[in-house]
Write a protein that binds this ligand. Sequence first.
Ligand code: PRX
Length: 581
Amino acid sequence: MSNIGSYLERQASFDWSVAREALGWKEGELLNIGHICSDRVCASGRADKEALLWEGFGGKKAVHTFDDLRARSNAFARLLVDEGLTPGDRVCLFMDKIPSLYFAFLGILKMGGIAQPLFSAFGDESLKVRLESAGTRAILTTGKHVKKVRKIRGDLPALEKVIVVEGDPAKLKEGEEFFDVEAADRVEEFPYFDGGPEAPSVLHYTSGTTGQPKGAQHVHSSVWGQALTTSWVLDLTDDDVYWCTADPGWVTGTSYGIIGPWALGATQCVLDAGFTSARWYRFIQDHRVTVWYSAPTAIRSLMRDGADLVRKHDLSSLRHLASVGEPLNAEAVVWSEEVFGMPFHDTFWQTETGAMMIANWPGMKIKPGSMGRPFPGITAAILDLKTNDPVTTPGQVGLIAFRPGWPSMFRAYRNQPDVYRSKFVGAPDGASPEELRTNPDIWYVSGDRASVDADGYYWFVGRDDDVINTGGHLVGPFEIESALIEHEAVAEAAAVGKPDQMNMEVVKAFVTLHAGYTPSDELELDIMNFIRKKLSPLAMPQEIEYSDKLPKTRSGKLLRRYLRALEWGEEAGDLSTLEDD
Ligand code: PRX
């Protein structure tokens, strides 16, 4: 019997109090994710249970119990308080997937700080934009990544503390501090911050079509939705050894790579040693992983490397597989059944939703290629592209939308109330953020297109905007274009996604050059490297096309969708009509 039991029964009688009860949380009780994921597990008699089974490059290994998690996160919380940080301060985590990342994440939450995890492969510009937007007061990083922080620190007056948590203390520069949690004393007691269910917890930056990335603000009560979906969809139980392959720089790596599983007291594995299929299989084999949550790009890479490699490993411990982040092709589901003896279960959600919204769970009939059905308690619909009314015809393509009110929903885009408001349809003018997140008569619109079939299964079609999804990571065209025109040769730029077998999409840039520059392969390489360093390897264009002129509307708005359609071999429309705004 799966944790979810009968879907129809669950759905019929669902109330979010089920999520609180499932976690054993009672009204009036302390609500702090840091506490729930460590102290509370210890208090339930599982202090000595393995919480984190970690492997890094070069065969480095570590095992940490829930008691370690408790004491080490307390140590980070204590450090931050001693450094003068107070509840509500943004504290950035900028490091690889090392154990300190996990301790510090919980520690920040314990002292009431807002954890702002950023992908460690970000270059200085990507980092700066996000730290500036968040008004980040402290950053925790490592010797490996601190150089990027040094480059931009002078531009960030709010950034008071730079704390290096791994590396050589002798290499620190003035104004930087060193803190090695494993060498420091354990901290047995820490008075957790309790700001109630609506206290801010995690701030994740996500990319949109226009403007710079937006900071989606989550709250401590998100744990209710995250823990329940971890239990019902990922099917985690106390005996499982769970592996989420995502980096906590992205929402999957926090909602399901930290919070949900540890709130339930599950043992998690972390591999911080890059990707090869053989390495991944060995990791599953060595740790006897039972539940595995990954992403289509990785699954496609595993497929490319073939079934023989699978057979060379003992993967008999696996009992449940799930996927998120991009469309999971039907072939991948079928392949997985053949080689692992079980399908990958697709799940759909977003940084903004904080937890799974549409999913395939154990025991549910899977239709390969479909994202599944709405989680109990989630009211989903496909809205007509013109009228915004829910469609009633199965198969009609429209926008995926949800009724607000689920616990892990984002509460704001930091400092951008109008952009937040624009994500909802049907709201009265001037509705407050509180109304927007609780009004059961309006819709939160995801920005994705899909259809729903007669059985209530959702089928992904594509994004409704210009955001590029490369290997499950969203990159904003505007951010890339802004960086491109900072290159001395580039006058104008457009960035779009082009099809890619492995990553679904990769970035392609169209550029016009300043007078005096001529197109060449060397210049292309130089521009690519410029973006890789400034933004990230994900944002780096895989191809640059030189052009004399970029397509624009009469008012000068860049026509990315025209360029995109050309890349995808789709009907691009008549440019003369596209030029009308
Ligand atoms: O376009 C959808 C795609 O990823 C977007 C959300 O990205 P992000 O906020 O970074 O969160 C990623 C992990 C939750 C969505 O708007 N996406 C996510 N899951 C799926 C998907 N596209 C197709 N199928 C999915 N299962």
